[in-house]
Design a protein around this ligand. Structure first.
Ligand code: NAG
Ligand code: NAG
Length: 266
């Protein structure tokens, strides 16, 4: 009877798990369109171009357009003169204005988060930029900040919220946390100071709930037969012991009656 038990349990657990997964996945697929930026850098030298697209969970989000605001006007990529070339689902933008803000929007007016760039327009070799992500950083990931002049990356002083952190080739942040958010900049001896850039955090999506459920079910499937067999063994041992103790009592009783009979015989 017990030999069938683990298999039945497994099938039951797996079908239950599948049901739960389907429910959770359907609940999780709420559209969350975001602006994707490549290269993911918030400070650039003038004349650099950047590819932007609207993505939903890594896929192109149909019906969404890259927009920007400039001088109080909102413009569509590819439609406004001087704003972007459409290349498939990408909007290729040559960054030249000192500061611009971009986001994705659909026809119903829903908007993604926005992204801003600082453009270093100094055309001499002196201008300095901080290589800092344009998009929010996922909690738990590592970030490497470098300081760059037009002729390449260079050792620099890094400033975090205004306070100074030694001369070094790069600033590394491991396991990005909410407390790492702040204003970052760098400066070099020859090139001076970069603009300040705000590093934002975004909570990493939780481990897919099904993954942890799956692990739990695996443990249960392994653990159940173990519990059942342990229980069986224990119950068999216990019933043997009480049987033996009963026998021993009988023997004791026989000894006593034997003693009594011998006493009477005396
Ligand atoms: C960008 O987003 C921030 C925060 O959501 C908002 O305060 C700001 O007004 C937005 N900027 C533009 C230009 O839309
Ligand atoms: C920078 O300042 C903000 C606001 O005071 C603080 O929340 C954040 O933790 C600071 N960041 C760092 C890296 O110290």
């Amino acid at each position: 009877m017990f030999s069938h038990h683990p298999d039945t349990m497994k099938t039951l657990c797996v079908s239950l798990l599948l049901g739960v997964c389907v429910l959770l996945l359907s609940a999780l697929t709420v559209p969350a369109v975001s602006l994707s930026v490549s290269p993911n850098l918030q400070q650039v030298f003038s004349g650099s171009s950047v590819d932007m697209s609207c993505v939903d969970d890594g896929q192109t989000a149909d019906g969404w357009t890259v927009k920007r605001t400039r001088g109080g006007l909102t413009e569509d990529c590819g439609a406004a003169p001087g704003f972007g070339r459409l290349l498939g689902s990408y909007c290729v933008v040559d960054l030249s204005a000192p500061s611009e803000t971009f986001w994705c929007e659909d026809s119903s007016g829903q908007q993604s988060d926005n992204v801003s760039f600082s453009v270093q327009s100094d055309t001499t070799d002196k201008g300095v930029i901080l290589e800092i992500p344009a998009l929010p950083v996922r909690t738990g990931s590592d970030v490497i900040l470098r300081c760059r002049q037009r002729n390449g990356a260079t050792a620099a002083y890094f400033f975090i919220n205004g306070s100074h952190h030694g001369l070094k080739p790069e600033h590394i942040i491991t396991k990005f946390q909410h407390s790492h958010e702040g204003l970052y900049s760098c400066s070099t001896d020859q090139g001076g100071k970069s603009p300040e850039g705000f590093l934002r955090v975004r909570d990493a999506p939780p481990l897919l709930p099904c993954e942890s459920v799956l692990r739990l079910v695996c443990h249960l499937v392994v653990f159940c037969p173990y519990c059942i067999s342990t229980g069986l063994l224990l119950s068999i041992c216990c019933s043997r012991k009480t049987y033996r103790r009963g026998q021993e009592l009988d023997e004791d009783y026989n000894d006593i009656t034997a003693d009594v009979t011998t006493e009477h015989a005396l």
